[in-house]
Design a protein around this ligand. Sequence first.
Ligand SMILES: Cc1cc2nc3c(=O)[nH]c(=O)nc-3n(C[C@H](O)[C@H](O)[C@H](O)COP(=O)(O)O)c2cc1C
Length: 100
Amino acid sequence: MARLQERVGVGLASGNISLEATARGIAVHQMIGILPDMARETFGIPDDHDAVTGLAIGYAADLTSLDDSLRQRDTSPRQRKGLADFVFTGSWGERSPLVE
Ligand SMILES: Cc1cc2nc3c(=O)[nH]c(=O)nc-3n(C[C@H](O)[C@H](O)[C@H](O)COP(=O)(O)O)c2cc1C
């Protein structure tokens, strides 16, 4: 099982890859819902490494090639938490004045 620092590193790397790819017009879809054992077998991952995430990276398909539900999902407005919901100061849950 990957240690916390390694998971944080994977998160940071994934975020940076997503930003750079997006800036270049390339789509990234990160997934935690992977099959680590199958990834190990398929890609020959050694025992001292673990697959903890997967990133599908490529050019987005034409919307007309998607079925209705995927097209609907892809074109709907995104719902994001506001920064004030998770950027705290002093103690957990205390809103930071930086994001109010
Ligand atoms: C750490 C992480 C893990 C994710 N795991 C999955 C996943 O297993 N399956 C999935 O469909 N989306 C997953 N997502 C969400 C997608 O990568 C993507 O962010 C989401 O579909 C929102 O897309 P949008 O940014 O275009 O709105 C994950 C996102 C993050 C940041």
